[in-house]
Design a binder for this molecule. Structure first.
Ligand code: NAD
Length: 257
């Protein structure tokens, strides 16, 4: 078998939201390596990653997208279909997260609540709604919604965020029941506390908190973006074709679900 390259996503077209940096960028690199054509759909410019993937022999386009705005998402999906002809995979990874400062819920304003929900929950809903007609036409599609281990723990100091991730998991379950007849699978991936660049670069990053979380795990080390790649490729590829509506926790065994 020497020389045979496994390309589990060969010629699949994947829209990854929030992929300009952090964990989303790591999904994009890994999926490109597996042969997928990548659409980087972030409100930030993903040009650097686009060039990196192309320079490594892959396919990628960067389309600036605000997932909270329906017209922006619809334009991105149309451009994707124009460029690559189809949409096989959607990863709903964009979220207001890395830039959040932990605070007691009594100090969260209604404006902050609405803004976070418009990205983390409405954004996922809009993206799903926009790709489904294309997936229905193909009678094939894979959607991976990114939640968080915090939803199982009821983690304090980020009430809007944790609530939004609970909604993302619930949305996954409901949608799976409505798209199963079109052979579309939708699952949730829930990471633990991951050392992405916005997390470690944040003013509120605290080494002792990271150590504390590490001690809650069966596998006692810090989690890196790359730790999520195996589960992502599984959920995005035909390896998981009879799995839908589920939530996979990848956190070193902190949460048991
Ligand atoms: P991050 O904050 O670095 O990345 C989020 C990305 O989403 C950024 O590139 C940002 O520009 C983009 N984004 C924000 N608003 C957007 C909008 N309106 N439209 C399009 N893109 C937008 O976070 P990360 O650590 O890389 O996390 C990625 C995902 O994983 C998020 O959904 C996060 O909630 C989830 N997650 C992260 C951790 C962790 O500890 N890092 C843990 C559990 C879950």
């Amino acid at each position: 078998l020497r020389g045979i390259i496994m390309a589990r996503l060969k010629d699949k077209v994947a829209i990854i939201t929030g992929a300009a940096q952090g964990i989303g960028a790591e999904y994009a690199r890994a999926m490109a390596k597996e042969g997928a054509k990548i659409v980087i759909a972030d409100i930030d410019n993903g040009e650097k990653l686009e060039n990196e993937i192309i320079n490594n022999g892959g396919n990628a386009i960067n389309i600036i997208t605000d997932v909270s705005q329906e017209d922006s998402v619809e334009k991105t999906v149309q451009l994707t279909v124009k460029e690559y002809g189809r949409v096989d995979i959607l990863v709903n990874n964009a979220a207001i997260f890395g830039t959040l400062k932990p605070k007691p819920f009594l100090n969260i304003t209604v404006e902050e609540w609405d803004q976070l929900m418009s990205v983390n929950v409405r954004g996922a809903f809009i993206c799903i709604k926009s790709v489904i007609p294309f997936m229905q036409k193909q009678q094939y599609g894979k959607i991976v919604n990114i939640a968080s281990g915090t939803l199982f723990k009821g983690s304090p100091m980020m009430l809007h965020y944790v609530t939004s991730k609970g909604a993302v998991m619930t949305m996954t379950r409901c949608v799976s029941r409505e798209v199963g007849d079109d052979n579309i699978c939708i699952n949730t991936l829930a990471p633990g506390y991951v050392m992405s660049e916005n997390v470690t670069g944040s003013e509120s990053f605290d080494e002792s908190f990271a150590d504390f979380i590490t001690q809650t795990r069966a596998l006692k080390r810090r989690q890196l973006p790359n730790d999520l790649v195996g589960a992502m490729i599984f959920l995005a590829s035909s390896d998981s074709d009879f799995m839908t509506g589920q939530c996979v926790v990848v956190d070193g065994g902190s949460v048991n679900h």
